[in-house]
Design a protein around this ligand. Structure first.
Ligand code: ACO
Length: 322
């Protein structure tokens, strides 16, 4: 039996750090409100001239070096993102060119904050089928360019970054299970109002910024992520105690705490980056994974549960042995 296994990880955060104190000077908010309602203390914001592929490129180079692979080894490149550089060519091909990778499938997956989980799941299937020998899987986002910096209900939440993983075949597990889900009936709770085939030259009154009914998103996220975790445990016939680390999407500390509670997991077993990164959408899970690996908390052989929830709504989990 072939499994796919993580051979290396990397992350990149833009240089500029935007603190809650600075946000206090921009909108009617307080550091105390942001910390207690969201857990965010600071976030990184991309420079005007940076695009998502710039962030992804840096994270990919680190992951490839860590895995000991070169451009010639990569035979699949998938990027989970909602903020690609261009409508086309797809960001996967832009990155491919910059990394010197040639003649392999390269594409992006758009599933909002669940983009990386969708991308990792796709790469896992190709590796298990024996068609791919070395996949570069990335979650990268410059979500701050979609934000209305005058809207306090959204501008305090988000940040930019990129996380990358190199996935290779292995006789030992490896990714144990992937579960994806979506329900488009919730589309109006969280969306961006323009796209290449809708409203592009005629933006609606609300403006071309992220629109979110935060309270309602919160409720569905908590309910869904609890179910997602239980679904992964049941599918693998393992108990809550078998999970060494929960690596959740970092949208809001209260959503993370609710999921951990449902799993009876102390917060010490949860990788938390929301305080430093904010919500980086598809980049949040691979960056949190990289943080836990690099600071030595996550060790080879441990069992990790990755999960995410985002606009659509979309959701998903990956259970893996590191
Ligand atoms: N500073 C001060 N006050 C604020 C701020 C702010 N930055 N933002 C909102 N408020 C006010 C509101 O105006 C409201 O005031 P009112 O009672 O006078 O009307 C009050 O605070 C409470 O607002 P709520 O929206 O009810 O606050 P809530 O506790 O729900 O927190 C939050 C808001 C943080 C957005 C939360 O609902 C949340 O995290 N939702 C989920 C977000 C999420 O998970 N998104 C999914 C992923 S994102 C993606 O897919 C791209």
């Amino acid at each position: 039996m072939i499994y796919s296994k993580i051979a290396g990880t990397g992350r990149y955060l833009p240089e500029r750090i935007l603190t809650n104190a600075e946000l206090e000077t921009m909108v009617d908010t307080t550091d105390e409100w942001i910390r207690t309602r969201t857990g965010v203390e600071r976030r990184h914001v991309a420079a005007e001239d940076q695009s998502t592929s710039d962030l992804a490129y840096e994270a990919a180079k680190i992951a490839m070096a860590e895995a000991g692979v070169t451009a010639e080894d990569i035979d699949m490149l998938i990027v989970g993102t909602t903020t690609p550089d261009l409508v086309f060519p797809n960001i996967g091909t832009l990155l491919q060119d910059r990394l010197g990778i040639h003649n392999c499938p390269a594409f992006s997956i758009e599933a909002a904050c669940t983009g990386f989980i969708y991308a990792l799941t796709t790469a896992d299937k190709f590796i298990r089928a024996g068609e791919t020998k070395c996949a570069l899987v990335i979650g990268a986002e410059i979500i701050t360019k979609l934000i209305d910096w005058k809207d306090r209900t959204t501008c305090v939440l988000f940040g930019d970054g990129a996380g990358a993983v190199v996935l290779k075949p292995s006789e030992e597990p490896g990714i144990l299970s992937c579960h994806l889900g979506a329900d488009g009936q919730y589309r109006d709770l969280l969306y961006f109002p323009i796209g290449p085939s809708k409203n592009l030259f005629n933006p609606p009154e609300a403006g071309a910024y992220i629109q979110m009914k935060g309270n309602e998103v919160f409720k569905v996220a908590v309910k869904t992520l609890g179910k997602v975790a239980e679904e992964a445990l049941a599918a693998n016939n393992i108990s809550k105690d078998d999970i060494d680390w929960l690596i959740p999407h970092q949208a809001n500390i209260r959503i993370i705490q609710a999921t951990a509670k449902r799993l009876d997991m102390p917060m010490e077993k949860v990788i938390q980056t929301v305080q430093d990164h904010g919500n980086t959408s598809a980049a949040s899970v691979p960056m949190a994974l990289d943080v836990g690996i690099r600071d030595g908390r996550i060790k080879r052989g441990q069992t990790l549960l990755l999960e995410a929830f985002g606009g659509g709504f979309t959701w998903g989990s990956v259970l893996l042995r590191y």
